[in-house]
Design a protein around this ligand. Sequence first.
Ligand code: AMP
Ligand code: MG
Length: 489
Amino acid sequence: MTRTRPSYLDLPEGLYSEVPTSRFPDPTLFAANQEFAKTFELGPDWFQSPETIAALSGRQPLYEGAPIAMAYSGHQFGHYAPLLGDGRAMLAGALYDTSGHEHELHLKGSGLTPFSRGGDGKATLGAAIREYIVSEAMAALGVPSSRSLAILTTGERIMRQQGPLLGAVLARTARSHLRVGTFQYTAANHDEDTLRALADFAIERLDPDLMDLGDQRYAAFLTRIADRQAKLIAQWMSFGFIHGVMNTDNMTLSGETIDYGPCAFMDAFHPARVFSSIDHYGRYAWNKQPEIGLWNLSRLAEAMLPLFGKEEADQIAAAEAALKDYPAQFKTAWMAAMAAKLGLDEASDHEAFIEETLSLLFEGKADFTRAFTALTRYAHGDSPSAFIGEFEQADPARDWLNNWEAITDNPAQLDASRLNGMRAVNPVRIARNHQVEVAINAAENHSNSKPFHALLEAIKAPFVEDSALAAYEAAPEPEEVVQQTFCGT
Ligand code: AMP
Ligand code: MG
């Protein structure tokens, strides 16, 4: 590992602030993602060295120089907040993978920054655990995501609504933490040269092939970002995932999922399901995510307008043209994802049947993941009773199964590639919210990290059948259902 200075520091100075290094009473490794560390050719010893603990706790960045907090603004639940920024995080280095790509090392919970506003700059062990588990679950499902490298407990307690809680730092990586909000902040606070410098930096990092397009590169970049979001959100939805806080400061340009707060994989399917305790109007509900994606992209387009030409009319026309394919891109990705889950031929139009399937799941109060697992098993030769048993009433499920057989021309006829295809997209185990809560509670209140490690084991190969892990397939008992998650970070 030679290069460790993040290229983010090449941006104009106004786009970040230096922050003091952290001093925690007793930074101690709680979790180390040794498997992921191999991406950077870091062995298990790396986590043991004092330099690593210093780097991961924010005491000494990986490079010579001060750590930084990124500046950004953003629309939170539709309302513009002119100054957000990393209020409890720092960029502490860069790691390079074996292909030579840079990944930013970002520490969440590392202390006060110029962007902390009223907050304490800290994170709870519980919040770090939630983000660690869910981001690793997403990666295992093949969904682009920030990754979790480590959690360190800090040796201090921090005050939250629930009382004093253990503090922690989550060391996470992403190809890029640039957000829609980074452009919003730059457009609102800096001149056009700075905006252009940011855009060129982002293009060179994320889509270097577009640099050949001259002035057209900015609009082409916006289209790339939109394509990534369309595919990302389709993937989220195909796993019943609800991000929970799709504010513009939490939407990346790289198409990686970031900032796991009150997020969850749904148990019983409800299209309007929300998890965040403060999302009273269902703005970020499961079925609203594609629409919110476009809303956020429109805010990005507004921030980028000066890059699209001199005349306002040209700028607006370019922005509209850049985003016009997003709805179709989303729909194509979503239909393809659902067709794959159902073992249907992706080339045909199955929209009506997919709608029918979602209605069946909703009306039958079926568990989203379990229903598709049971269907996959049925397609592989199991009896239909497990599938039918996932629904409140058997008859509609039986009728649906007859339709499905008619469309698939009898599942026994599904060829091996379609059968394997179903296995490859229908997880047997997801990081269920009630299991995440069990892991958090054990770690926070009983100094017991076993449920956390056991859950990570269970979700690391989500598509592989394993009867030893059957407990993780279970839907929550009524008393275990997590209704909402607090932003208590
Ligand atoms: P989030 O939606 O969780 O990504 O956070 C939104 C904004 O609030 C970001 O600017 C965060 O840095 C800031 N923030 C959240 N929690 C804290 C905290 N405990 N201290 C300081 N800033 C915080
Ligand atoms: Mg955020």
